[in-house]
Design a protein around this ligand. Structure first.
Ligand code: ACO
Length: 431
């Protein structure tokens, strides 16, 4: 980010300040307000950070108006078609596509770290059998700092690297264990001869009583879901990871914080909510009723899987997901899937509706992903854990970038205090 030589002028009371404008590689300029309080004595007010860049980053770029998503400059559509998840992980972590040798080495390092500490098996048993897998993941990932204390020193680059590899490698194992635990089935150990996505599917669906062969079509679809969710610049969970990490907290604790944030229905929980909504609608003839509810200000109902803080056009991931949903259902021989029919018709009607057009509300990545995951055999409670598995690399890449950025400080927003003015304490008998 360079100083553009341009400034933004701000005038208030008797003060006039020139704020330097910073130019990014692509995207709008940002007014540098770092000295605003020191020089002008005022704060800015921006709940939800709708106009505030919280950091510099070289990892992911989104053009919300065009509906464009780039990882390290590469369009997501090209990566989803030509690359695969572990190559994308390398790209996000190290900035460039790997050579064949680098990729082989990276894949071998990830594969060799997929098992979790054996004592973690006992840790799982402390959870209620019906616990939501996300509740288990928040706890277990946080507890990794207790199982792997030799990679918690954030000031040691080697420990940071080991922690990164450990988390990318073990997250599918932990998510699959959380699922198996909820079913009352034994945990399935990872296998080194399978790729990342196939290994995850096997750990979720294999049982000791019979052989399980991973369907390559499903593992490719799983890999694509991982790729599409790998990073999304400064979203709520990533900002949570960065904010947690800004205090020097260890990486396992920071990622656990990210998982907690992701759980919310406005963020990672939306894929579960979207599928549940499509099923509740149930048939195409009931769509108008739900569209009317979504537009009614007195009704809290929203079309889940619709709308996005940044995309004011089609979410490019939703386009790939829609195509993938068609392919997976077709290849699995699932014809006339009522949920997919409802989704497509709902999308068509909403896109023609003035309300959705005016507010620039389009389907997001979550609109179709649930249909694919359900066809694969996952219950809705596993949708957000799968999102967490995919996003782990993005969280780590952003966390590492933050640790290495000399301009980063502990995150500490200011506030607009609107509470009671200073007043004296009143004894209880006088109130
Ligand atoms: N259905 C109906 N109306 C909507 C929807 C929706 N899904 N989304 C936004 N709106 C309306 C709002 O009511 C608001 O109307 P108003 O201006 O008349 O008050 C306007 O559009 C702007 O919405 P905001 O909530 O202010 O926009 P914001 O950027 O804060 O929210 C969000 C974005 C949270 C994603 C929102 O669109 C939403 O709740 N969508 C449904 C949940 C969802 O799909 N989340 C997944 C996001 S993608 C991800 O995390 C991977």
């Amino acid at each position: 980010m360079n100083k553009s030589g341009k400034t933004a002028k701000i005038e208030f009371n008797d003060t006039s300040l020139e704020l330097p404008l910073l130019s990014p590689a692509i995207g709008p300029d940002a007014a540098d307000i770092r000295r605003l309080y020191a020089d002008g004595g005022i704060f800015t007010y921006d709940p939800g950070f709708t106009s505030t860049a919280s950091c510099k980053s070289t990892i992911t770029y989104i053009d919300g108006l065009k509906g464009e998503l780039l990882y390290r400059g590469y369009p997501i559509e090209q990566l989803a078609e030509k690359s695969h998840y572990l190559e994308v992980c390398y790209l996000l972590l190290y900035g460039e596509l790997p050579t064949a040798g680098e990729l082989e080495d990276f894949e071998a390092r990830i594969t060799r770290h997929t098992m979790v500490h054996e004592q973690m098996n006992y840790f799982f048993r402390g959870f209620r059998r019906d616990a939501h897998p996300m509740a288990i993941m928040v706890g277990v990932v946080g507890a990794m700092s207790a199982f792997y204390p030799d990679s918690t020193d954030v000031n040691d680059p080697r420990q940071r690297e080991i922690a990164s590899i450990r988390m990318i490698a073990k997250m599918p194992t932990i998510a699959a264990m959380a699922y198996k635990y909820s079913l009352g089935q034994p945990f399935v150990y990872p296998r080194n001869d399978l790729d990342y996505a196939a290994n995850f599917l096997r750990m979720c669906f294999s049982i000791p009583a019979e052989d399980y062969e991973v369907n390559p079509i499903l593992s490719r679809a799983m890999d694509r879901i991982f790729t599409l969710h790998a990073d999304h610049e400064q979203n709520a969970s990533t900002s949570t990871v960065r904010l947690s990490g800004s205090s020097g907290a260890n990486p396992f604790a920071c990622i656990a914080a990210g998982i907690a944030c992701l759980w919310g229905p406005a963020h990672g929980g939306a894929n579960q909510a979207a599928l549940e909504m499509l099923k509740e609608i149930g048939s195409v003839d009931r769509i108008p009723e739900y569209i009317a509810r979504a537009k009614d200000k007195s009704d809290p109902f929203r079309l889940m899987g619709f709308g996005h803080r940044v995309y004011k056009n089609f979410d490019p991931r939703a386009k790939v997901m829609k195509q993938s949903a068609d392919e997976v259902l077709d290849l699995l021989g699932i014809e006339n899937n009522e949920t997919l029919k409802v989704a497509k018709e709902l999308e068509r009607i909403a896109l023609e509706d003035e309300y959705f057009q005016e507010k620039k509300l389009f389907p997001n990545v979550d609109f179709y992903s649930g249909i694919i995951l359900e066809a694969m055999g996952f219950p809705t409670s596993m949708f957000t854990p799968i999102f967490a598995v995919s996003r782990t690399v993005g969280w780590i890449a952003q966390w590492k970038e933050m640790i290495g950025d000399p301009e980063q400080k502990i995150g500490r927003p200011r506030q607009l205090y609107v509470g009671a003015p200073k007043r004296d304490y009143v004894n209880v008998e006088d109130r």
